[in-house]
Design a protein around this ligand. Structure first.
Ligand code: FAD
Ligand code: NAG
Ligand code: NAG
Ligand code: NAG
Ligand code: NAG
Length: 617
């Protein structure tokens, strides 16, 4: 197969990848120094200090520095990842370990937290979808005016530029969209589509329609339960990752009022005697106890954007958190705020696998051994087209409980309504239990209708399905290690602790079987859990044994809710009990939305930046 033509193709591919280095990273060639600052050159004070230069931190830092009279410092523990491979769609499934925290001490598998400039957006699967309107209206219902669908939609639009799919592929796969209803046309993050799909996805999509699941015209316009196409966070022309660094950081090259310090950890927020946040202590990455610690002052505000794992940790380490946790770690309590590190949510995931005994060609399984197809695929990629433009996939069903289980959903809803706070982790106090009960009522209402999803099933022609529980009732916790407050925090997912989560998953497995059964053309044969696993008890056991705790959508550990029900921040994102301190990242979500979280993080960070600007006018 090593014909001269193939060798030429290989050489061309390589040249293209290398040229991507210059195309993708103009910042390497000019202007980097104005923004990337050496620790020696940090000013003694800044108007704003953003803790964490991940996805939300770069959005907020970039927006606040648009006012050139304001000085902004972003402190990031990770480094810039200049490897051009992060731009490739294939990076969507690679999760490079150098850009992640070492969470080996955590027993559970599949737990990821980004440690790199751009955070999750630099290394994630690039899947770019949204929750239904109801997912955000739930936030507003927890007494957060302005955070419902109508309040957040303008920020979804502000953060994006949408490009429709290629005409031929749109026609072939009946991909539909509605730019006016959902998308922006000049925002920093590009939403676009690959130019190739596996034909099996058509059959899988039709099977959802055949079992009564609505086909959504535009999955990002707030519609409820349904099956739909979603774009990737990817540029339309070169099909490269579009992320917080390229969208928000690189374009701010010329701003001398915007500094990014990498390779430093924020240890604590410092407060004066009035509990006003005055600055932060920083420590060089890898520095031993007390080594290389400096302080930087904030004139206006400190914004925590350290992610679901570390935002609650920084708060707790600074004396703001549940008294019992702070006492155990010997941290003096400034504000007893029991919600910090409680309310932890993620999308747990269960696998079902099927073999398609009469699969269509080409299919994702067969092509790995088909050199003719591989060659065509490589040729296509020279024009940034074909199968190599696919990331993790662009079709999914996000389905409400009545659709999943038309005859059983009411019994599940009744069971949830009858629950008290008996399944919550130890960190929960009387105050935080009230917050869970308020959430329970909202979720019970959601589960009685088809306006948002309880389960997500992505598909793109493959036989296995990774089904994620979108609206869990179980809650976990993130807490300081009592013996070492600087070590990675203790993490308890409390996976499936609430039996209603198991009930929902049992219904989901049965629903998935009806979906597979409708794919007659592919002649599906169940491999796992296996056709012999039929009773509810046996299904529940298979689910409890096989479910993973995370799809890297950790959130909600510094929730925006009223303080008397366990909230950490008010609806203007300021932290209760102190002044000069706010949360601008995924930790602020009170309830996890039924979607991959990246696009929602852009929207909420955009809204956060507007709120912060407004209060310092
Ligand atoms: C492997 C992976 C795959 C994913 N796939 C998808 C997907 O396909 N689609 C999707 O929509 N979403 C996906 N997500 C989720 C999405 O990317 C995240 O929800 C989102 O990026 C979170 O943004 P954030 O700003 O809250 O936190 P992050 O982007 O994680 O940023 C937090 C930053 O703070 C830094 N930091 C932490 N502590 C400190 C400290 N003390 N001092 C200084 N800096 C600190 C961290 O190093 C990090 O860079 C994925 C996430 C991961 C990790
Ligand atoms: C993870 O551990 C390795 C090896 O000790 C270290 O070099 C790296 O900096 C650690 N990563 C993070 C994000 O701290
Ligand atoms: C294509 O999608 C639209 C909904 O947007 C639907 O009305 C139509 O029936 C679909 N066509 C096919 C062939 O599936
Ligand atoms: C390999 O791929 C080519 C091109 O798509 C196709 O024509 C051929 O049938 C495939 N071969 C096998 C054995 O599947
Ligand atoms: C859910 O939608 C289906 C049709 O798709 C409908 O028959 C059913 O009544 C709906 N259920 C509820 C509770 O709204």
């Amino acid at each position: 197969m090593a014909s001269p033509r193939n060798m030429l193709l290989a050489a061309l591919t390589k040249a293209l990848v290398l040229s991507g280095l210059c195309v993708g990273y103009p910042s390497l060639l000019n202007g980097l120094h104005e923004r990337l600052i050496n620790a020696r050159d940090i000013a003694p004070s800044y108007d704003y200090i953003v803790v964490g230069g991940g996805q939300s931190g770069l959005v907020i830092g970039s927006r606040l520095s648009e006012d050139t009279s304001s000085t902004v410092l972003v402190v990031e523990y990770g480094y810039l990842d200049n490897n051009p491979s992060v731009l490739e769609p294939s990076s969507a499934v690679q999760y490079p370990s150098g850009d992640l925290y070492n969470l080996t001490s955590i027993a559970n598998q599949g737990v990821y937290a980004a440690a790199v400039v751009g955070g999750g957006s630099t290394i994630n699967g690039m899947m770019f979808n949204r929750g239904a309107a109801e997912d955000y209206d739930n936030w507003e219902a927890l007494n957060n005016p302005g955070w419902g669908w109508d309040g957040i939609l303008p920020y979804f639009k502000k953060s994006t530029t949408f490009t429709p799919p290629d005409e031929a592929v749109a026609k072939d796969f009946n991909i539909t969209w509605d730019i006016d209803a959902a998308w922006g046309t000049d925002g920093p993050i590009h939403a676009s589509y690959p130019s190739f799909y596996w034909p099996g996805a058509k059959i899988q999509l039709q099977a959802f329609k055949d079992i009564g699941i609505p086909y959504l015209n535009e999955g990002a316009a707030g519609e409820g339960s349904g099956v739909y196409w979603n774009p990737d966070a990817m540029t339309a022309d070169k099909r490269q990752r579009s992320y917080a660094r390229t969208g928000y950081y690189d374009p701010a090259t010329s701003r001398t009022n915007f500094n990014l310090l990498t390779g430093y950890r924020v240890n604590e927020v410092e407060f004066d005697s009035n509990l006003h946040a005055t600055g932060v202590t920083l420590q060089v990455r890898g520095g031993a106890n007390g080594e290389g610690v400096t302080t930087v002052k904030a004139n206006k505000e400190i914004i925590l954007c350290a992610g679901w794992l570390h935002t609650p940790q920084v708060l707790q380490r600074s004396g703001v958190g549940p008294k019992a946790i702070l006492d155990a770690a010997q941290v003096p309590v400034l504000v007893d705020l029991p919600g910090v590190g409680a309310n932890f949510q993620d999308h747990a995931v269960a696998q079902m696998s099927y073999q398609y005994t009469t699969d269509v060609n080409p299919n994702p399984r067969g092509v790995r051994t088909n050199q003719t197809f591989q060659q065509w695929s490589n040729e296509q990629w020279l024009d940034r087209k074909g199968p190599r433009s696919i990331g993790v996939g662009n079709t999914l069903a996000c389905v409400g409980l009545p659709h999943v289980d038309p005859t059983g959903y009411q019994a599940i809803v009744a069971k949830i309504k009858a629950q008290t706070a008996e399944y919550l982790p130890e960190i929960y106090t009387d105050v935080t239990k009230k917050g869970w009960l308020a959430q329970r009522d909202i979720l019970a209402k959601n589960f009685a209708g088809n306006k948002s999803g309880v389960i997500e099933i992505p598909f793109s022609g493959q036989g296995n399905a990774a089904m994620s529980l979108e609206k869990p009732l179980s809650r976990g916790s993130v807490t300081l290690q009592p013996g070492d407050k600087y070590a990675e925090p203790a993490l308890d997912y409390h996976l499936l602790a609430n039996p209603a989560d198991v009930d929902i998953m049992v219904s989901v497995f049965k629903f998935a079987r009806t979906w597979y059964a409708a794919q007659t053309e592919l002649t599906p044969q169940e491999q796992s859990p296996g056709a012999s696993v039929t009773t509810d008890e046996a299904l529940a056991k298979a689910i409890q044994q096989g479910m993973g705790p995370s799809t890297a959508h950790g959130c909600c550990t510094a929730a925006m809710m009223p303080r008397d029900i366990g909230g950490v921040v008010a609806s203007d994102l300021t932290v209760y009990g102190v002044t000069g301190l706010s949360v601008g990242d995924i930790s602020m979500m009170p309830l996890i939305p039924a979607t991959h979280t990246c696009s929602t993080v852009y929207a909420l960070a955009e809204k956060a930046a507007d709120l912060i600007k407004a209060r310092h006018k």
